[in-house]
Ligand binder design. Structure first.
Ligand code: TRP
Ligand code: SF4
Length: 325
């Protein structure tokens, strides 16, 4: 049994791309001691000027977590900023992390540049220190396994280096956490771009059947097909990318019918909408039940945060002792 920890920024209602991530977390909670948190401080590193959305987004996201089956009896579910120990450990780490390590994180300069193109300056102390905050998140619970996407690997590498540096400077307190990489399929949004709520090209986990259909109907198909009898090329079609995952049992038949010009794109989309509805309906129903219980989400987070703080203050005690402060 490992100590496993992961976090997600509070983006509000989650989309189908997050579903596989959550299913992975749900499996991990069966075997390991799991901590999952809402990374609201991480949201502040880039969205410090849009704080009014954070509370509502936290609630919406945690409802999705619970609806998918994260179980507060099995996992510790909490909010990052409510564990004050996070800020303390981040401060102590900031004393020992060389600036060069932070400037060298490969995503740093790219991200600053991307935001600059959108007219926003994120050359802040907090954004540069993002990986230090992430290290504090992980090491505060002395986590050994961290389920993350590949984009987070450089941050995790820095976290390990920081753990080693601390252990070497003072005394061994921290394990060196390893990534748990799952095979998470990356699906495009309905317009073929990256799936994101902000592009309105996503399929929310809580989507009602009409919304599922609206999104599926908007999916980009093979542009060479004008008439139903035109032979299609499933490899260029967004609908097909979804069928590969969600209608996989009938994939061969779908591909053949498309290539032979035997099926129109509308019925092909109807079939996909049906697959998605079968997948999402039970989650949506469960979400509605949970949403109707007054104070439920708050109660889960309060209890989770209490448990998280117990663990965190124990680690912080060891840290202070090791440092002699
Ligand atoms: N940085 C992660 C992301 O953007 C979220 C995150 C913050 C995280 N702290 C973490 C993930 C600690 C794993 C462990 O996706
Ligand atoms: Fe895509 Fe289906 Fe149309 Fe083929 S028939 S182009 S797979 S939507």
């Amino acid at each position: 049994m490992l100590r496993v920890l992961s976090g997600m920024r509070p983006t509000g209602r989650l989309h189908i791309g997050h579903l596989s991530v959550l299913e992975n977390w749900r499996e991990l909670q069966e075997k390991h001691r799991c901590f999952f948190f809402v990374a609201d401080l991480h949201a502040l590193t880039t969205a410090f000027d849009r704080t009014e959305e954070i509370k509502g987004n936290t609630r919406e996201m945690v409802l999705d977590w619970l609806a998918v089956g994260l179980d507060p009896e099995k996992s510790v579910l909490f909010v990052q900023s409510r564990v004050l120990e996070t800020a303390q450990l981040h401060l102590l780490f900031s004393m020992i992390v060389p600036l060069g390590w932070l400037y060298r994180v490969p995503t740093y300069k790219d991200q600053v540049q991307q935001f600059r193109e959108k007219g926003k300056d994120i050359m802040t102390y907090g954004f540069l220190g993002y990986p230090v905050l992430m290290s504090a998140d992980i090491l505060l619970y002395r986590a050994e396994g961290v389920p993350v996407g590949e984009d987070q690997l450089p941050h995790l590498e820095l976290c390990r280096e920081l753990a080693r540096r601390f252990n070497h400077l003072y005394r061994p307190v921290f394990p060196e956490p390893q990534a748990i990489l799952a095979r998470i399929p990356v699906l495009p949004g309905v317009d073929g771009r990256k799936m994101s709520k902000s592009y309105a090209n996503d399929i929310p986990i809580m989507a009602e059947p009409e919304e599922i259909w609206r999104r599926v109907n908007a999916m980009i198909t093979d542009p060479a097909r004008i008439h139903k009898t035109d032979p299609g090329h499933p490899e260029v079609c967004v609908v097909h990318k979804y069928h590969r995952i969600y209608t996989s049992r009938r994939l061969a038949e779908i591909e053949e019918d498309c290539r032979a010009g035997r099926v129109g794109c509308v019925p092909c989309k109807k079939l996909l909408a049906g697959s998605l509805e079968a997948l999402l309906a039970p989650v949506r129903e469960r979400r509605k039940e949970l949403e109707a219980k007054p104070g439920f989400v708050e109660e889960v987070l309060r209890e989770g945060t209490r448990r998280a703080r117990e663990e965190a203050s124990e680690t912080l005690g060891l840290v202070r002792e090791a440092m002699g402060i």
